[in-house]
Design a protein around this ligand. Structure first.
Ligand code: GLN
Length: 279
């Protein structure tokens, strides 16, 4: 149905590249109108109803207003799984899939306890629970709304998470001991805000993204302190990091006595994650 595709293309041209328009068209037709991808590609689908055309105009209007497609459709894919989303949580990023892969690759096939701090949508915790069925996965967040999203995502993907509402800046010990602590904490500085795009700045939760310039590593310090007390011996800490802060984060881990510290780049070549072991 070339007419629908042309409508989307004409409305969005200039605002998005032709490649982006193609992938947005696919996403909208597949996810919102349940049209199989093969039919989208060959234009072999029936006309959209009036109500569907109206919904399509609404979606296109939101895109023109810079709203991310993931929030408009209320879902996104992460690590081959589907996650429900709303604007109380960050949109899961491909870099974070790489962090999850690193964790999956570094564990043995045996029971273990994992804690994800600042779980947001639950993308890390749910994926780990799915890929490591022998693991018990705990997930914390300061935001009750985010925990609601994480719970829905656990249910949607058929896994169980131990969810708790906690502020890691206040939390220093836990009754539980963990084998892995992972976090993708807020790490964008106020200074870096200026370089960010409208679709991120105007729609994603600032609580999940920003830290002050003066105290940019506060979450890394607190979580490292916490991990030192609550990781089992030999347990591992994994962080997603700001690409500008690798040296400083490695140093704060060394100072606390963590060993076997490794950093890894993401697919774009930016230093994006770090792993350390409790001695
Ligand atoms: N853990 C979630 C993610 O990786 C949320 C991270 C955050 O909100 N800072 O996407």
């Amino acid at each position: 149905m070339q007419k629908v595709k042309n409508f989307i293309k004409n409305e969005l041209k200039g605002l998005f590249s032709p490649d982006e328009i193609n992938s947005l068209t696919r996403l909208i037709l597949e996810k919102e109108f349940s049209i199989p991808l093969a039919d989208v590609l060959t234009c072999k689908f029936n006309h959209l109803s009036d109500a569907e055309m109206q919904r399509l105009s609404e979606i296109v209007g939101k895109l023109k207003n810079s709203e991310p497609i993931q929030y408009i459709l209320g879902e996104t894919d992460f690590f081959g799984l589907t996650f429900y989303l709303d604007d109380s949580v960050l949109i899961p990023r491909p870099e974070t899939e790489e962090l999850v892969q690193w964790i999956v690759d570094s564990v043995k096939n045996e029971p273990l306890k994992i804690l994800d701090i600042g779980t947001g949508s639950g993308c890390i915790a749910v994926t780990l629970a799915k890929k490591l069925p022998f693991a018990e996965v705990h997930a914390w967040d300061i935001s009750r709304d985010a925990l609601g999203v994480a719970r829905k995502n656990a249910d949607k993907n058929g896994v169980h998470l131990f969810l708790a509402e906690k502020d890691i800046l206040q939390e220093s010990v836990s009754d539980e001991k963990f084998d892995i602590v992972v976090s993708n904490p807020p790490y964008v500085t106020e200074f870096e805000k200026g370089e960010m795009q409208e679709n991120v700045l105007n729609f994603e939760p600032h609580l999940a993204m920003f830290v002050s310039d003066q105290n940019a590593l506060v979450f890394y310090e607190k979580i490292a302190d916490f991990a030192l007390k609550n990781l089992n011996k030999g347990g591992k800490l994994f962080f997603e990091i700001n690409r500008e802060k690798g040296n400083q984060i490695e140093m704060l881990l060394q100072q606390r006595g963590f060993g076997n510290i490794e950093r890894q780049k993401d697919i774009s070549g930016n230093e994006r994650m770090i792993k350390a072991e409790r001695g």
